[in-house]
Design a protein around this ligand. Structure first.
Ligand SMILES: [Fe+2]
Ligand SMILES: [Fe+2]
Length: 276
């Protein structure tokens, strides 16, 4: 079982780079092409929010056309840059994605695993929230998993990472209740987030919480008190999650671009294990 996990596409109207610098549409297309060419082919793509930069109908129309190039199903949740109603009107959805309560969430069983997507969008705010309705959805989906391994996907990370301006806009409302629910379910293999545009991992509520890098621009790694909100065009990347009953849930960071190689490991005679 293989899942390609993309995040923070920030699609803009044609011809408008995000923040006047980041060519997010072209970068997203490159990521989609890279995933479509992967072997073995992922069973599923999950996108953890900030699908568009401003939540405009034109942005969702461009994204919809790009996603149609993927030969596997796509599940997604919104981020703070999305607008829920425009998103729902502009994208076609895997049937497992739409919930009756109006949030853009999902609960999907894939092989032995249960995948849960949470909508942490708080309209008009950069920080994330989980209300009682969404927390109840999580609790029910976890209970119904009956001990099967679970991965939870959500845009806003529920933990502090030391990048101050991002910590200020992480999951805030409902974060403690979220941690309490996760702690009651030891079958949660991973909490998988976006939003911070960097690869970050920590221990959280008895499991691992992991942030995927963006397929577009990356937030500057600045752990100083006064660190300003800026970004760098570091290598775009995504996560590849695999699961099998022996190895468990394993997450690889994969780069969108191709780099020189592959080269064989040709051993010199002075290598310690070389035969005399
Ligand atoms: Fe983002
Ligand atoms: Fe975000």
């Amino acid at each position: 079982m293989l899942i390609a996990h993309l995040t923070d596409l920030h699609i803009r109207p044609r011809g408008k780079p995000a923040y006047r610098v980041s060519e997010t549409n072209a970068l997203t297309e490159r990521a989609i092409d890279a995933i479509a060419a992967l072997r073995p082919r992922p069973d599923l793509v999950v996108i953890t929010g900030d699908l568009t930069d401003c939540g405009l109908p034109e942005e969702y129309a461009l994204l919809e056309a790009m996603l149609r190039r993927l030969p596997m199903p796509v599940l997604l949740v919104p981020g703070n840059h999305d607008r829920r109603e425009t998103l729902l009107a502009g994208l076609s959805f895997d049937p497992r994605s739409l919930r009756e309560d109006g949030f853009v969430q999902f609960c999907a069983d894939l092989g032995p695993m249960r995948l849960i997507g949470l909508d942490t969008l708080l309209p008009g705010q950069s920080a994330g929230a989980l209300c009682g309705t969404r927390l109840a959805f999580l609790d029910k989906a976890l209970t119904e998993a009956q001990g099967r391994p679970v991965a939870i996907f959500m845009h806003h990370p529920p933990f502090d990472c030391g990048i101050r301006h991002m910590d200020a806009i992480r999951l805030l409302e409902g974060a403690e209740e979220f941690a309490a629910i996760v702690a009651r379910h030891p079958n949660v293999e991973r909490i998988l987030c976006g939003h911070h545009h960097r690869p970050i991992v920590t221990r959280f509520a008895g499991t691992l919480a992991q942030i995927a890098p963006s397929v577009t621009h990356q937030v500057t790694l600045d752990l100083t008190e006064e660190g300003a909100a800026t970004f760098h065009m570091e290598p775009p990347a995504y996560l590849l999650h695999s699961y099998d009953p022996v190895a468990g849930f394993v997450s690889h960071t994969a780069y969108v671009e191709r780099y020189p190689g592959p080269y064989p490991f040709v051993l010199d005679a002075d290598y310690p294990g070389a035969q005399a």
